[in-house]
Design a protein around this ligand. Structure first.
Ligand code: ADP
Ligand code: MG
Length: 244
């Protein structure tokens, strides 16, 4: 499979705090990568560097043959549209109904027609199991439903890759499954995904590759089978003994 994202010598510091240390990785088209690791190890910063929500201190992020760390703001924004992102907090627009939340970016940023965005939004709501919620406002939905709308909203831009930062961490336990199910379906449809998660069951079942991050490095990576059954580094063993 062709490389979709190439991460070269990526480093990120906040003041004296070096959070990411010389990361070199490749994401192939269609891969589902789960990034796991202890709190504070740099997972969110890593994800935010991929679409340059955080500007790397050093190194390159190559996406669609362009170095995102070294292009104009306009070009960056154009490429960012092709990287969907879903956060722990859903951040839906509270003053708009579900349909308009999903339609907004394609309508305003991509200038796609009213008719087309409406049609696509309904299809996406169907896909995330919320066909009957189009007219609802976010406040009237459960956390799990809101997060599924957030996923639909990201998909409305037709992204090439989806970045998830602990999408189920803020949810009540009974709502985690419905969101993971939508993500699993998305993975099976061939979407390239990078998922920061503490859901080890999801990582085992859905990931092609697990990247274990600790202290700003990807310390270890492998198939879920390799990683969960036979972790190589002491740090990964310690981490797994706490979470499994
Ligand atoms: P994780 O997602 O693995 O919990 P983060 O990437 O959020 O880790 O954080 C890694 C480190 O970077 C932490 O020490 C955190 O305090 C620091 N950090 C993250 N974002 C910022 C920021 N905007 N300014 C300063 N320090 C930050
Ligand atoms: Mg984080």
């Amino acid at each position: 499979m062709p490389n979709l994202i190439e991460i070269k010598n990526l480093e990120k510091s906040f003041g004296k705090n070096q959070v990411l240390k010389n990361i070199n990785e490749v994401v192939e088209k269609g891969q589902v990568i789960c990034v796991i690791g202890p709190s504070g190890s740099g997972k969110s910063t890593f994800l935010r560097c991929l679409n340059v929500l955080e500007k790397p201190t050093k190194g390159q992020v190559i996406f669609e043959n362009q170095d995102l760390t070294n292009i104009s703001e306009t070009a960056l924004n154009k490429l960012r549209e092709r990287m969907g992102m879903v956060f722990q907090s859903f951040n839906l627009f509270p003053n708009m109904n579900v349909l308009n939340n999903i339609k907004l970016a394609p309508l305003k940023v991509k200038m796609i027609s009213e008719i087309e965005t409406t049609k696509k939004a309904h299809e996406l709501l169907e896909q995330v199991g919320l066909a009957d919620k189009a007219e609802q406002f976010p406040a009237n939905l459960s956390g799990g439903q809101q997060q599924r709308v957030a996923i639909a909203r990201a998909l409305a831009m037709n992204p090439e890759v989806m970045l998830f930062d602990e999408p189920t961490s803020a949810l009540d336990p009974e709502m985690v499954g419905e969101v993971l199910k939508v993500m699993k379906d998305l993975a099976e449809s061939g979407m390239t995904m990078i998922v920061v998660t503490h859901e080890m069951g999801f990582a085992k079942e859905v990931a092609n590759q697990v990247w274990f991050m600790d202290e700003g490095f990807i310390q270890e990576k492998g198939s879920p089978n390799e990683f969960f059954v036979n972790p190589k580094t002491k740090r990964a063993k310690e981490f797994l003994s706490k979470v499994l």
